[in-house]
Design a protein around this ligand. Structure first.
Ligand code: TXA
Ligand code: MG
Length: 314
């Protein structure tokens, strides 16, 4: 098992040696390594059993610093960075040569983000390289939002987990880029479409999907618990399924073991609880997990996206 602690100097030392460390962010825990060192980055793919066609997000501490890794920063995306960095926003920008091809899986654009977590921001300022970090879970499984989640699944692959407590947002960053001069959303996430539109105006929503994904977060089946997850009218599903448990939202009560994402129907609270809820029910005695879609506004859109992929046939 890995050590869980707050020793930033120890983390700096491990990362400088090319090792992997789990780091807290406001969205989910990341599995970090020196983004400029291909060998260190290769360790991430190995530990996660992640296919090499799945590129990684590069984390740094400011927009100025991000500019050292990209050759172009379109004005519209710069507006978003100014408004929402640090925060749950990842931007796809043309990369400079200093970013190894393994980080972008050979693509010309690199995903960059400034995470909003005090410990990780402090760490990023101490380092003289940025961190490549995917979510710290085995490929395809639910993302981790607590240090213990990381330890249970990847504890044997890494030495240290930087303890930043529970992730406040709880759902991965929203990935935004540009194609043919138009803003494009590649993954729904912790920054809502409404928040993005407040800065850049109305978007044509064109989220790439399933069969020919540019990002595995767009794969039909992703973010999945081991157990089968069914989405629909929970009362009807309970009549048809024995030995079920419920991932609930709101004050309605069901006659089955239940994890409630938010009794007061708050979407922000639900996003923060989503992955803990799926894990808790996955580890329970029930055989199947039942849930229903949340209102499809604000963070509800990203939550519904994760539920659809979690429920998809593997
Ligand atoms: O909130 C987050 O974004 C978390 C924390 C740790 O920062 N990270 C995260 O990383 O969710 P990961 O690797 O689990 O998901 C990143 C997604 C993947 O679906 C990947 O394919 C996509 O970002 N991505 C990364 N670089 C890309 C690129 N150059 N072009 C297209 N998609 C890219
Ligand atoms: Mg992931």
């Amino acid at each position: 098992m890995a050590t869980i602690g707050k020793d930033i100097l120890k983390v700096v030392q491990l990362l400088e040696e090319g090792r992997l460390v789990a780091i807290p962010t406001e969205t989910v825990y990341g599995l970090g390594a020196n983004a400029l060192d291909s060998i260190a980055v290769a360790g991430i793919f190995k530990a996660k059993k992640r296919p090499a066609f799945d590129p990684l997000i590069v984390h740094t501490y400011s927009m100025e610093k991000a500019k050292e890794y990209v050759s172009e920063f379109p004005a519209e995306l710069e507006k978003l960075a100014k408004a929402y960095w640090p925060g749950p926003l990842t931007l796809l920008l043309p990369k400079k040569n200093i970013i190894p091809d393994l980080v972008t899986s050979g693509l010309e654009k690199v995903a960059v983000r400034v995470p909003d977590h005090p410990l990780t921001l402090q760490l990023l300022k101490e380092l003289n390289f940025p961190l490549a970090a995917p979510s710290a879970n085995p490929f395809g499984y639910v993302s981790p939002t607590k240090p213990e989640h990381v330890n249970r699944q990847l504890g044997n692959e890494i030495d240290y987990i930087l303890d930043g407590g529970n992730c406040s947002v709880g759902i991965e960053s929203t990935i935004v880029g540009m194609e043919n001069g138009k803003i494009c959303i590649y993954r729904l996430g912790g920054l809502s479409i409404e928040q993005i539109e407040k800065i850049v105006g109305k978007l044509e929503l064109r989220i790439n999907n399933s069969d020919n994904p540019t990002a595995p977060g767009q794969l039909k089946s992703h973010y999945s618990p081991m157990k089968k997850l069914l989405i629909g009218n929970i009362e009807e599903l309970l009549e048809q399924n024995k030995n079920a448990c419920v991932l609930n939202f709101g004050s309605k009560k069901f006659n089955a073991p239940t994890f409630n994402l938010s009794e007061i129907s708050d979407l922000t609270e639900a996003a923060a609880n989503l992955f803990t809820g799926l894990r808790t029910l996955d580890e329970s005695a029930a055989k199947i997990i039942l849930t229903d879609y949340l209102p499809n506004i604000g963070l509800g859109m990203a939550i519904n996206d994760r539920l659809t992929r979690a429920a998809a046939e593997k």
